[in-house]
Design a protein around this ligand. Structure first.
Ligand SMILES: Nc1ncnc2c1ncn2[C@@H]1O[C@H](COP(=O)(O)OP(=O)(O)OP(=O)(O)O)[C@@H](O)[C@H]1O
Ligand SMILES: [Mg+2]
Length: 275
């Protein structure tokens, strides 16, 4: 009887013990960086992809991993819609475009197929994309995160070895509220924040005047408040949006464009943290 009770006690203790997670590195890369923001539609995917090519322009070998399982953007942003191949039926060979290796849930499903999945299926898809993709000799993999602080963020925080994260926001108060949540999530989960980027900072009119449509200085102030680095401003610019819609990111199609140069400036700051 007592033996049985002891067994039950042991089983209960095991069950109640906090689960130990193992952080797996993404193989085939030296550095893994998240591009994030708790808020949707602030330009994460646009910045992630343009930053990737800005880093490539600096001589780095880059990979882009689109971690937005429900709403993948990468196929459209780089105009690529092929199915990744697998030699052993388990590991996926990333696709290559404009010199970068790329992976997205969008390559695996039809463009208009909605992903009506519960959390565990998303987690399982993310594990495949982080552990079963044959990235080759990359200096950095840039991960375009979905909005929010949900399953995807938690999976990366607990189960993937991440070297750093950058946070994108517009200067609008509504977006900044989510940024603060995002900062605290990374701080709590021990992911180093490399810095904050202020996207859609201003719009330059034909009159040469800068219009601060979403407000001014908010991202910089938030960076200061939380003692994080501020990485730079990016304007609201039609050429950036046009290039994205055409599937040829501005930093690759026109590296000398004034906006591409701003990405280069940010890429130079980020590159320093890779050592
Ligand atoms: N600096 C910019 N100038 C012009 N358009 C931009 C800029 N940044 C983003 N956009 C446009 O804003 C829209 C949203 O951008 P994007 O899809 O990159 O945001 P997101 O944060 O990844 O969204 P989601 O949360 O849905 O993943 C897109 O149409 C994109 O082309
Ligand atoms: Mg996105």
């Amino acid at each position: 009887m007592t033996e049985k009770k002891e067994d039950i006690d042991q089983a209960l203790k095991k069950k109640l013990k906090p689960k130990q997670f193992i952080k797996h590195p993404i193989n085939g890369t030296k550095y893994t960086m998240l591009v994030s923001s708790a808020k949707g539609g602030v330009g994460k995917s646009t910045v992630a992809v343009n930053l990737a090519f800005a880093l490539q322009n600096l001589g780095m070998k880059v990979g882009i991993l689109d971690a937005d399982v429900y709403g993948p953007s990468l196929p459209k942003l780089i105009k690529l819609n092929e199915k990744p191949k697998s030699e052993d039926g388990k590991a996926l060979i990333p696709l290559e475009k404009y010199g970068a290796q790329c992976m997205s849930m969008g390559f695996l499903v039809d463009e208009q197929t909605p992903m009506i999945w519960r959390g565990p299926m998303v987690i399982s898809a993310l594990k495949t994309m982080t552990q079963k993709v044959l990235w080759k000799e990359r200096d950095v993999i840039i991960i375009d995160m979905p909005p929010g602080t949900g399953d995807t963020q938690l999976t990366f925080a607990q189960e993937v070895k991440v070297d750093g994260a950058i946070i994108i926001s517009t200067p609008q108060d509504l977006a900044l509220l989510d940024v603060k949540r995002g900062i605290q999530m990374f701080d709590k989960t021990g992911i180093k924040i490399l810095g904050l980027i202020d996207n859609m900072s201003f719009f330059k009119g034909d009159d040469g005047k800068e219009y601060k449509i979403f407000g001014e200085g908010g991202v910089e102030r938030t960076a200061k408040e939380f003692n994080k680095e501020f990485l730079g401003h990016l304007p609201l610019h039609q050429d950036l949006r046009d290039a994205a819609d055409k599937g040829h990111p501005l930093t690759h199609s026109d590296p000398d464009h004034e906006v591409s140069k701003l990405f280069t400036g940010i890429a130079n700051k980020i590159k320093v943290s890779f050592n």
